[in-house]
Design a protein around this ligand. Structure first.
Ligand SMILES: C[S@@+](CC[C@H](N)C(=O)[O-])C[C@H]1O[C@@H](n2cnc3c(N)ncnc32)[C@H](O)[C@@H]1O
Length: 309
């Protein structure tokens, strides 16, 4: 299955649970400057920082690739007085949530539109039609990043900017599932019992998939692209990088509160409940991802703005 199809079905099935988990309409992992922050506050803060970094401004036309439930676009449209924002999302479920939110908001008629569309298809939109293409914690999911970048170049006017933010590993290393899993169990400590049976089954599935399926390994590699490669691709696709901002320190704060929220929700649902099972898998994926990205690969969390040449 392609990353696009996997992403669509995972978000369609999991969005309600994610919104319950975060207790907010946002799906990003937030900017945790002060340890007392909550998810809604940290997520909103990230949207503010990204809007400022993207140099959004009055009268601009913006395409938001991977717009989640649309909350960030409502916020950015009003904060920066943009002329128009087109929010794209591969998940029909999230697009419906965004449309309902739009319907319930007064005073923005004609300025905001949400469309179910793959960000790989930006070249089908009118050429030279916008000032910003933004993607907030979404590019990792884009199957063919170069195609996305070329599409952004097509849609942007001369001098317009592409602005992305997300987790990017600093170097490519092989992923050792076994040792990562041991560290993961040690860190969970007593809470490990919540996951035990299901987690070990999931581990076996992940391990055999990684060992046996070269194709899956290649998919994994496509998901996390290193910063250096982004910079190369951006150049090849006709952009000049204007600013790269390292926000790793602020971004990694999400792990402890997310673990706490996941365990709280796990305990809320009785054993065998589908949400409990989904949360266990999410927790496992979170930790495997965490050790992969932060401990072993050394990830960074970057904001990147590039101007169309
Ligand atoms: C981690 S969420 C971030 C959502 C939103 N930007 C936010 O911060 O709340 C990633 C988003 O990208 C969307 N997405 C993933 N792959 C996509 C694709 N190929 N085309 C369009 N949207 C995509 C997902 O459906 C999801 O809404």
């Amino acid at each position: 299955m392609s990353i696009s199809k996997l992403t669509r079905s995972a978000y369609d099935a999991g969005t309600a649970l994610l919104l319950e988990l975060f207790e907010s309409p946002y799906l990003n992992l937030g900017c945790w400057e002060d340890s007392g922050s909550s998810f809604p506050r940290a997520q909103q803060r990230l949207v503010e920082i990204f809007g400022e970094f993207s140099q959004l401004g009055s009268g601009q036309e913006v395409i938001d690739a991977g717009c989640g439930t649309g909350e960030q676009d409502l916020e950015l449209l009003q904060r920066y007085d943009c002329k128009r924002i087109l929010g794209l999302n591969i998940s029909p479920v999230q697009v419906e949530i965004a449309k309902a939110r739009l319907k319930a908001t007064k005073g923005i008629a004609g300025k905001l539109e949400f469309r179910c569309m793959d960000a790989m298809e930006l070249s089908e939109l009118p050429a030279l039609s916008c000032d910003r293409v933004i993607a907030l914690e979404a590019v990792n999911f884009f199957q063919d990043k170069e195609r996305f970048l070329r599409g952004a170049g097509h849609a942007l006017r001369e001098g317009g900017c592409l602005c992305i933010v997300g987790h990017m590993p600093l170097r490519d290393v092989p992923y050792d599932v076994e040792s990562v899993y041991s560290e993961f169990c040690a860190e969970l400590g007593d809470d490990y019992s919540i996951l035990a049976n299901d987690a070990s089954r999931s581990l076996l599935a992940i391990r055999s998939a990684l060992e046996q399926e070269e194709k899956l390994k290649r998919q994994f590699k496509k998901f996390f692209v290193i910063l250096e490669r982004y910079l190369e691709m951006i150049k090849q696709c006709g952009f000049a990088a204007e600013e790269v901002r390292d926000a790793t320190r602020q971004a990694i704060g999400f792990f402890p509160p997310l673990k706490i929220r996941m365990l709280e929700l796990c305990k809320k649902y009785p054993s065998g409940h589908p949400n409990r099972e989904t949360l266990k898998s999410m927790l496992l994926a979170l930790f495997l991802g965490r050790y992969y990205v932060y401990r072993h690969v050394r990830a960074g969390y970057y904001l990147l703005r590039a101007k169309k040449c």
